[in-house]
Design a protein around this ligand. Sequence first.
Ligand SMILES: [Zn+2]
Length: 156
Amino acid sequence: MNEVTLLNTPATIEETKTCTKCHKEHPATREFFYAEKRHGDGLHAWCKPCSLSRMEKYRKVYRATTNGHLRDVYAGMKKRCSNPNCHNYHRYGGRGIKCLFTADEFVSYVINVLQIDPHGLEIDRIDNDGHYEPGNIRFVTHSENCKNRHKGMRIK
Ligand SMILES: [Zn+2]
């Protein structure tokens, strides 16, 4: 058994690289490190788990900013209107509802025109059959949004 292992060893020896964050040694491959062109070996100094946890932290911080939060809201809105795989596409894109903003236009509209802090609020269309467009969006609390939805259902 040992001999077999030894024979196989030369073929499987890989260069290893120590993550500068967690100081664990990993094979120096793209499987364990993200590509990083600026480094001599083409790999990031941090291993993937460390890089991922930093990205997650960064995302959380970014989402807490108004800009980051609005870009998140925008992504959801765009998805509901244009991605048939989205679970509520039938209530938006499926009904011909479009998102007529670009991401930048949307962020600037909410900040400069609506002038509200959208944290903790949900986006709503004033005219339920209208598009996501200037003049037809507002931000409401989750419970207001649910009430509106029920009202809409009763009418139908
Ligand atoms: Zn690491």
